[in-house]
Design a protein around this ligand. Structure first.
Ligand SMILES: Cc1cc2nc3c(=O)[nH]c(=O)nc-3n(C[C@H](O)[C@H](O)[C@H](O)COP(=O)(O)O)c2cc1C
Length: 333
């Protein structure tokens, strides 16, 4: 109810400004003792009986926050209070970088969707590692999503991902190799088998602690390329994240056709669900299903399609902070 009042104000702001305002408020709360408890009380009771263990990690429930919301890991003390069973921070790049010029995030309310071309704005791996080392450990399992700085040649990608991983390795419960953002030129070409094997191989060579390393895939891969990427992940990764945002503009108004970036939210749901089913038919690797999940039925459908865990981002923009526990209650019922 509270979000119904706040939402028109937030939606009157540019999408990234609204996100920054919400994040700023949350990081203030993160510093206040007792604020997480208050937030937890405001968003209602957390349903029980949804625990599960996936790739050796115990999750209090299967609903996580998708990468991109908390890129630099500033909100870890407060986000679990909303009910999330896990958080994925990032994408984090090796060196700090500002990302693309603004505006770079757009709401499409008529489609319950978002287009973003943030371009990996990141404080960089060392600053994020320092923050994680100084903060209390996350109350729920923490994933760290690894990105690549703009302008890095494909030949340098394996060593760059491995260095980024090494800097952050002690701080995450699982890691995601993100070669599927549409907003870094050339990045998605790393999904081709040879490059992919080199990137995953380099990260695993640096993975003395045997942390789970997952591969996040784009929804726009041709069937054959998707299958080849899943096959490579079977050899060199411990799981899949399906999927990232899409460059397709199917299901949204034509006026958005020329707005560059990745589309997320409701129009992505069917494709992400189809790819989850396809991946599940090919592999027993654990799958995190993400894309267009808004409610308990969507989450149930994704889990039935073969996902072991699910995540949301855009659903949170439209549903507000209480939608996390609402979804979990629907799932538990
Ligand atoms: C503004 C925004 C920024 C994002 N940034 C990242 C990112 O840095 N790394 C990543 O792997 N995915 C990123 N994503 C993609 C989400 O993690 C997710 O895969 C996608 O949005 C589909 O889920 P959704 O429909 O629930 O939003 C971002 C999404 C949005 C909307």
């Amino acid at each position: 109810m509270l979000y119904d009042l706040v939402k028109p104000v937030l939606f009157s702001l540019d999408a990234e400004t609204a996100h920054d305002e919400v994040s700023g408020l949350m990081s203030l709360l993160a510093a206040l003792p007792g604020a997480a408890l208050l937030l937890s009380a405001l968003t209602g009771p957390e349903p029980k009986g949804l625990e599960k263990t996936v790739f050796g990690v115990r999750f209090p429930n299967p609903l996580g926050l998708a990468a991109g919301f908390d890129k630099d890991g500033r909100l870890i003390p407060v986000l679990p209070a909303l009910g999330f069973g896990f958080l994925e921070i990032g994408s984090v790049t090796l060196e700090p970088q500002p990302g693309n010029p603004k505006p770079r995030m757009f709401r499409l309310p008529e489609s319950r969707a978002v287009i973003n071309r943030m371009g990996f704005n990141s404080e960089g791996a060392r600053a994020v590692a320092r923050r994680l080392a100084d903060a209390p450990k996350s109350a729920v399992p923490l994933g760290i999503n690894l990105g690549l700085n703009k302008g890095v040649e494909a030949a340098q990608a394996p060593s760059r991902y491995a260095r980024t991983f090494r800097i952050l390795a002690a701080h995450g419960d699982y890691f995601v190799v993100n070669v599927s953002s549409p907003n870094t030129p050339g990045l998605r070409d790393l999904q081709k088998v040879e490059d992919l094997a080199a990137v995953l191989g380099a990260v695993q060579d640096a993975n003395a602690a045997r942390k789970p390393v997952l591969l996040k895939l784009a929804p726009d891969l041709a069937d054959r390329d998707f299958a080849a990427a899943v096959e490579t992940a079977e050899k060199l990764a411990q799981g899949l994240v399906v999927s990232n945002t899409t460059v397709s503009r199917d299901g949204v108004d034509a006026k958005w056709r020329d707005e560059a970036g990745g589309l997320s939210g409701a129009p992505l749901k069917a494709r992400a669900n189809e790819l989850t089913r396809k991946a599940r038919s090919m592999t027993k690797l654990p799958i995190i299903g993400v894309g267009g999940i808004e409610n308990g039925d969507d989450a149930k459908e994704r889990l039935a399609s073969g996902a072991d865990l699910v995540q949301i981002y855009t659903g949170l923009v439209y549903g507000g902070p209480a939608c996390v526990k609402k979804l979990l209650r629907e799932l538990a019922a």
